[in-house]
Design a protein around this ligand. Structure first.
Ligand code: OXD
Ligand code: MN
Length: 624
């Protein structure tokens, strides 16, 4: 059926509305008109950060969000729409050679008509919010890759975007090339009739990477609907970084560590598969006994774009985001006090799918306190059901969804780095990887060879979280923690890493960390974790600076006991021995899994295979 433009009469006001908002870029205007007409939106509204207070009050009035204390808000998403859907997420291009193992590649010629059909008329009666944004600190050399415009027919998504990206018409009005912006269209669809998770699933989340266009249909959950963050910040940017040969875009946290005695600051970027403590690490504070000397600074918890700066030959990283979209579960005074401060009164935080009290407007999630509130009056779980009305069988169910979230801007984070929005970014001293692993992986092992570092990132994994996802004792591999965000083939990805970092004359040191080793008999964690994680990181930086030597092993350099500053740490000597030793037998088994994992990737650079063989040979020699 041909689309009838007359079905959206109010759109005749479109030009006026764009004029009133000061949206001048003619190519953006054209794009808005096209999609507003296509989706049948009743009206368009261009928004930026300065519209937040008004949008909040409209959303409160409409009951889309609820007050959650002074300057804090709460929303529930549709019950079947609570997480990213990896199966429904696709990278589409015109070139079949872009197909990799994890990018879920499909021809764009096939996907375009599908998405256009799904979106046609699907925003009828709704407002289409037009959100120009920038995924970079203003003035960054990577700014040309960072400009985008998201169209969304969901007001809560607009509120999230304002928190997660720098938003406003100023980011698109004066572009050197007015056509150079990522086009993102988000259409919610009829959530109750999309067959989520069934064979009739109608959702599609597609990045047309070679067209720099993102079309997402069928969700209003942040991970699928915040196009600036997930689709642009990672998939599109990774593709652009590769196509241009200029940069890497990775699902990495970014922190600074300042030695107050010398005034020197180091920066560490790192990738961690989900549920491996990335946000907690990114927001870590120094332990009390080191707090007088060191200060940890927050740059970002989820995305880093990295490039070589020709001025000094170092790798520089930016956090392209403007906010934190953090998992609430298990966030508390011990695991992440910084996060709690970041979502306090007057932060304008937006909680999603936590438990909510109708009377007191408090929120709660599993792990916030050891037990849920004892007086259940007014408390509703994330689905909106009153806890007091739960049947006996329902009593054990979580109050909050395990993927419930808080969305807060970076400037609410108390230890935000003073130069978090420096246009050039910050020089990276170390790149670390760490997946939750109960055995084998030591506390930290440093890698000084580039190919071995990239090899380590490619073989990153974490314990399978569900029995169905993996075999006992075997990792679920998540290369560089980018498995859900890969947008081009893994062989080319590895080569691009070697090229970008290899072009730096002063390269970061690599390391693999693991805070999650357990005693095989009683299951206790060998390392206390959290703030104490600063200690192995300080060792790594000292190693890079040549102040310690460590102990060479087949899989990298581990600290000697004496080199780790353990002042004030309560740790058993036998646990420390275990944390700093290499189990050659377990590692040898792991090498066979790694080989099978890497063999999936066509065109993996010979340097990576050579690194694999070197590690395998060193292990064999050790096993003797
Ligand atoms: C994710 C996120 O899903 O950062 O990885 O929200
Ligand atoms: Mn993430």
């Amino acid at each position: 059926m041909a689309y009838d433009v007359n079905a959206a009469p109010a759109l005749t006001d479109l030009e006026t509305s764009l004029d009133d908002a000061g949206l001048k870029n003619p190519r953006v205007r054209e794009y808005v008109r096209h999609w507003a007409e296509h989706t049948g939106a009743e009206r368009v509204e261009v928004i930026g950060a300065s519209d937040d207070a008004r949008l909040i009050s409209e959303s409160l009035k409409a009951g889309e969000i609820l007050p959650a204390g002074e300057g804090r808000y709460y929303a529930r998403s549709y019950v079947k729409d609570t997480a990213r859907s990896e199966e429904r997420t696709i990278v589409a291009t015109a070139n079949p050679a872009d197909k990799g193992i994890y990018d879920n590649w499909r021809p764009s010629g096939e996907m375009r008509p599908l998405l256009e059909k799904l979106m046609r008329g699907a925003s009828a009666g709704k407002t289409m919010y037009v959100i120009p944004y920038l995924m970079a600190p203003p003035g960054s050399p990577l700014e040309p890759y960072a400009v985008g415009v998201e169209l969304t027919d969901h007001r809560t998504v607009a509120l999230h975007m304002i928190r997660m990206a720098r938003c406003g018409v100023e980011h698109v009005n004066n572009l050197a090339d007015p056509n150079r912006f990522v086009r993102g269209v988000h259409v919610t669809g009829d959530l109750a009739n999309l067959g989520q998770g069934t064979p009739e699933d109608k959702r599609y989340f597609v990045t047309f990477a070679d067209e720099r266009t993102i079309l997402h249909f069928g969700s209003s959950y942040g991970g699928n609907a915040l196009l600036g963050k997930i689709a642009h910040g990672l998939r599109q940017a990774a593709y652009d970084g590769w196509a241009s040969g200029e940069f890497l875009a990775e699902q990495f946290m970014l922190i600074g560590i300042t030695d107050k005695e010398t005034g020197r600051t180091w920066h560490i970027a790192g990738g961690f598969p989900s549920a491996s403590g990335k946000t907690n690490l990114a927001m870590m504070l120094a332990p009390d006994s080191l707090g007088d000397r060191y200060h940890v600074e927050f740059y970002g918890d989820d995305i880093a774009w990295m490039r070589v700066d020709p001025r000094d030959g170092r790798i520089y990283a930016i956090n392209p985001e403007f906010g934190v979209f953090g998992v609430a579960k298990d966030t508390n005074e011990v695991t992440n006090p910084t996060a709690l401060r970041s979502v306090g009164p007057d932060t304008n935080v937006l909680f999603t799918n936590v438990a909510y009290n109708d009377d007191s407007h408090e929120v709660w999630w599993e792990g916030r306190t050891p037990e849920p509130p004892t007086d259940v009056t007014g408390w509703r779980d994330w689905t909106g059901q009153l806890i007091s009305e739960r049947s006996p069988e329902e009593q054990g169910k979580p109050w909050a969804h395990p993927n419930s979230r808080f969305t807060t801007t970076l400037t609410n984070v108390p230890n935000i780095a003073p130069d978090f929005d420096a246009p050039s970014g910050v020089a990276v001293d170390a790149i670390i990887f760490g997946g939750r692993t109960r055995d084998r992986e030591p506390l930290i092992r440093a890698i000084t060879d580039l190919a071995e570092g990239v090899y380590d990132g490619l073989t990153l994994g974490a314990e399978a979280t569900f029995a169905a996802e993996g075999v006992d004792g075997q990792l679920r591999y998540d290369p560089m923690s980018m498995r859900p965000f890969m947008s081009y083939p893994e062989g080319a990805y590895a080569a691009h890493w070697l090229k970008i970092i290899g072009a730096a004359s002063d390269q970061p040191i690599f390391a693999h960390v693991n805070w999650f080793q357990r005693d095989p008999d009683d299951g206790h964690f060998l390392w206390p974790g959290y703030r104490e994680n600063l200690r192995p990181l300080l060792w790594l930086l000292r190693l890079r600076d040549g102040e310690v030597q460590g102990k060479q092993t087949p899989v990298g350099i581990v600290p000697t006991k004496e080199e780790l500053d353990l002042d004030g740490v309560d740790i058993r000597p036998e646990d420390l021995d275990e944390l700093l030793s290499i189990d050659t037998g377990r590692w040898t088994t792991e090498m066979a899994h790694r080989e099978a994992h890497l063999a999936q990737f066509d065109g993996l650079p010979e340097e990576i295979w050579a690194a694999h063989r070197r590690v395998a040979a060193a292990l064999a020699a050790k096993a003797g």
